[in-house]
Design a protein around this ligand. Structure first.
Ligand code: SF4
Length: 885
């Protein structure tokens, strides 16, 4: 029986970020599913962020891919899988095993990953399986392997609460790992002496928690941490006994240490700020250095990781309660992919492709003679091989590379030209799916069953609580069926997910008994013989779990040395601080996430409240740059590079440095006319990890003048024909759309009448046109268009679709574009959980609510998941003085 099933609830795990929060899903009795945080889950202890809280709103079947399709026609599973197996087999026969590839995803489960890797590396005999996790944390993997000999995260989340100093490097924790932010914030509130340092070129919302923000020059982290290593040695806080007994290469690494002057020149920071940071780090034994995409997504990402690891190794501050380096993974199961060999250069169960002992061991375990002998193509190289025709058949699973890969337009063109493309996904339309010859319907969150591993090595069950819709099937099942059809029956005859898990767990334990010389870090031997019932009841646990199963234990590595290199010593890596290239008159483009969207928006846009926070793609730019280009806040701007352009809304802010711009990674062709920002990013990768440099693309920037700007709300998705710019977003009851026209139409009034025939208010001379169409007592469509800036209260307008309009006066009121004087405007939505806008929060401050708790009591903002508390804090600060005057 599934945990909690007797109460009608299912314990499962959030499918978004690498925090891996426990979730309780419970049918609400009226066709929906209530979601709450699992108070017993050690990752979140009941907390959820805005995305996790809204999971219940993302479960509808609209826009789902429900049946297999071949060349656009519905097909059966048998026929479709026969075709896929035949096409892959014929490519292998004609061109060899390296002519086929799998590109998979940190969204799939560990069992899916295990079967995909076993099929490609074990039986097809090619290393050509890579994952979109390559884009997110491959540099951490490479850094760990260089230093530790294996990809081991030494610490656990508890360390973030036990530390006296938490350093966040290139990590917007509040938006990207919100529940970890909440845990640190709660610990800091309990222990006010605890300090948080943010190292990031941008002043992200996470700065709200930081005692110190070091706005370093992009990609100068290596210099900062090389300087820290030298400072630690000068300060005499290096742990010589630990260095002598457990490491090698310290002197060479120290020789690359920089003095404060060099660090200041490289980072652009004041010497006093650098020194303050160094003294804090040096003087605090309990220090945790967390890092994520700002470190990893760089042409020097692996070196950055190793300079951080060097500092922790030099002080022995590793694997101890409250002390250690901590890589935070982006995706829910990036770690599961790392563990099972989802990366092209890994084998499985933390074994190495190039290691003959490992190769022999896995060959015997899988009973195959065809195990790949060399690494396959990493993501960027894989799509270049698709482009130049070396890859004849590719299976893309649960990911959207036409949006998320660097050089995205070239990647899309490569996919479009590939002779045979299989895409398995849960949705029916993505920028990648439209080029698939074969579409395979996969199970979505809430329907699929398996395990995921979070950033702290904690394995949790994702459990199904809804039946599979249509003909959708689990990813592992699809792959196993393919394996059987390719003639590899014996290796792929599982009947239940638990059997896949048990086999994978057994592999981690195979010839890994410490008493007989086994010495691999990843060991799940204690859960290798679970039957289906025990698997279904499996509680969250951290690995390793060797002889006896102890789910409640916190596990750490390396406090006492014992690394996984041949001599069991950690390796310091001597890293030169790179001389950073100037982009010579161009802007440096940084890409990243926003608070309430996930990846390419296929799931999060289904929850209207998540779309209310930031409904349009934008470019954050410094006021000085904006002034130089004649750009005002909310103008449209065009970014160009690599022969591609992107058009988004300007957000003028000194949170970014001059010469830098930030654009979110999420928007794609389904939701905006031209906002696939990765088309601008060159396919430059870290030479060690193969991870793309997604945060440092040279681009040009210009204001885009439009003749007219418009806004519409409608029950149906509005047509975008003829619009020069548009961004469309689902809202409760329909859609909202921002749009713009390059040229003023000869008859704007009739253009609007086409969109919303009914009431109209046009003023040619003053340059505005407004129209509204009603059906019975409900608004069907309202459109506002103006020659200049469009002054329409967006959230008020979006809420009109929920109202009734029984009298003429209320209908004419719609055309005004703003609420009546007796119905105040709520402003931009800040708290998406409670639906509270900026003006409501400002009102609360004006009435004396000067703290977060007081604002929460006054209007409810920030009282659910807390992801918006930094933004509420900014509104309090901005309005407090006004209120006091
Ligand atoms: Fe999900 Fe939010 Fe937890 Fe991440 S922090 S796992 S997105 S609830």
């Amino acid at each position: 029986m599934k945990e909690g099933a007797e109460r009608g609830e299912t314990r499962t795990t959030c499918p978004y970020c690498g925090v891996g929060c426990g979730v309780i899903a419970k049918p609400d009795g009226s066709g929906g599913t209530a979601i709450e945080g699992d108070a017993e889950h050690p990752a979140n202890f009941g907390r959820l962020c805005s995305k996790g809280s809204a999971l219940g709103e993302t479960l509808g079947l609209d826009d789902r891919l429900l049946y297999p399709e071949v060349n656009g026609e519905r097909s059966t599973w048998d026929d479709t899988l026969d075709l896929v197996a035949a096409r892959f087999s014929s490519a292998i026969t004609e061109h060899g095993p390296d002519s086929v590839a799998f590109y998979v995803s940190g969204q799939i489960l560990t069992e899916d990953y295990y079967v995909a890797n076993k099929l490609m590396k074990g039986f097809i005999g090619s290393g050509n399986i890579d994952t979109n996790s390559r884009l997110c944390m491959a540099s951490s993997v490479a850094g760990h392997r260089r230093a530790f000999g294996t990809d081991t995260v030494p610490g656990c989340y508890e360390d973030l609460e036990l530390a006296d100093v938490v350093v966040l490097v290139g990590s917007n924790l509040l938006w990207c790992h919100p529940v970890l932010y909440q845990r640190i914030a709660a610990a800091k509130a309990e222990r006010p002496h605890m300090k948080v340092v943010l190292i990031d070129p941008r002043r992200t919302k996470t700065a709200d928690l930081a005692d110190m923000h070091l706005a370093i020059a992009p990609d100068s982290d290596t210099a900062l941490f090389n300087g820290l290593l030298a400072h630690l040695a000068r300060d005499g806080v290096t742990d010589q006994a630990y260095i002598d007994e457990h490491t090698s290469g310290f002197e060479a690494a120290l020789a690359e240490g920089l003095d404060i002057g060099d660090v200041a020149r490289a980072t652009g920071l004041d010497r006093s700020d650098i020194l303050a940071f160094y003294k804090l780090w040096s003087g605090t034994p309990k220090v945790v250095t967390c890092y994520s995409q700002g470190v990893n997504q760089s042409a020097g990402g692996t070196d950055k990781v190793n300079t951080i690891l060097n500092c922790h190794l030099a002080t022995g501050r590793i694997g101890k309660p409250g002390a250690g380096p901590f890589s935070l993974t982006g995706q829910p199961n990036a770690m599961g992919g790392r563990e099972t060999g989802g990366l092209a250069n890994m084998l499985a169960a933390h074994m190495d492709l190039e290691n003959p002992t490992h190769h022999d061991r896995v060959s015997r375990f899988w009973e195959t003679e065809n195990l790949a002998t060399k690494p396959g193509l990493k993501a960027v190289d894989m799509f270049q091989a698709v482009a130049d025709g070396r890859i004849k058949a590719i299976w893309i699973m649960g990911t959207n590379p036409a949006v998320s890969m660097p050089d995205a337009a070239a990647v899309e063109a490569a996919i479009a030209a590939c002779p045979f493309v299989v895409v398995s996904d849960v949705v029916s339309e993505t920028d990648t799916l439209r080029h698939a010859h074969v579409k395979l319907p996969a199970l979505a969150w809430g329907e699929k069953d398996g395990t995921v591993t979070n950033s702290e090595r904690r394995v949790s069950r994702q459990r199904a609580f809804m039946p599979p819709p249509g003909d959708a099937k689990a990813d592992w099942w699809q792959l196993a069926q393919m394996g059987r059809r390719m003639g590899f029956d014996a290796g792929f005859n599982w009947e239940h997910t638990s059997q896949v898990f048990a086999e994978y767990a057994a592999l981690t334990a195979f010839e890994n008994d410490e008493t007989q010389g086994g010495r691999r870090d990843l060991h799940l031997g204690a859960v290798a013989d679970l039957d289906e019932a025990a698997y279904n009841a499996l509680p969250p646990f951290q690995w390793p779990q060797r002889a006896s199963f102890e789910p409640s234990q916190q596990t750490r590595f390396f406090a006492n040395g014992e690394f996984y290199t041949p001599n069991r010593r950690a390796r310091f890596i001597a890293v030169k601080s790179p001389i950073l290239e100037s982009h010579r008159g161009q802007f440096r483009l940084n890409t990243g996430r926003i608070r309430d969207q996930w990846h390419t928006m296929t799931r999060t846009t289904k929850a209207p409240r998540l779309n209310a926070h930031l409904a349009e793609p934008y470019c954050e730019m410094h006021p000085a740059d904006a002034a130089a280009l004649g750009v005002a806040d909310a103008d449209l701007v065009r970014l160009s590079g690599r022969g591609q352009t992107v058009t988004v809304r300007a957000l003028v802010s000194d949170d970014v440095q001059a010469g830098e711009v930030f654009v979110p990674m999420h928007w794609n062709d389904q939701f905006a006319s031209s906002a696939r920002v990765d088309v601008l990013v060159p396919p430059v990768t870290d030479p060690v990890s193969g991870q793309p440099a997604l945060k440092s693309a040279p681009v040009q920037l210009a204001k885009t003048d439009m003749a007219c700007h418009g806004f519409a709300v409608s029950r149906e998705r509005p047509s975008t024909d003829g619009l020069a710019y548009w961004a469309v977003t689902p809202i409760e009851g329909g859609w909202r759309m921002e749009f713009a026209l390059q040229d003023e139409p000869s008859s704007p009034g009739s253009l609007l009448a086409d969109m919303a025939e009914g009431l109209a208010a046009n003023d040619e001379a003053r340059g505005f046109w407004r129209g509204a169409k009603f059906e019975a007592d409900e608004l069907h469509t309202a459109v506002w268009l103006a020659r200049g800036p469009l002054e329409v209260s967006r959230n008020w307008a979006a809420a009109l679709l929920k109202e009734t309009f029984s009298d003429t006066q209320s209908r004419w009121r719609v055309l005004a574009g703003r609420p009546a004087a007796d119905a105040p405007d709520v402003g931009a939505i800040i708290c998406s959980c409670m639906g509270v806008g900026s003006m409501q929060i400002a009102d609360a401050v004006a009435n004396g609510a000067f703290t977060l708790d007081a604002v929460g009591s006054a209007c409810g903002a920030g009282t659910n998941c807390g992801s918006c508390r930094a933004e509420i804090g900014e509104i309090i600060s901005a309005n407090q003085l006004i209120a006091a005057e």
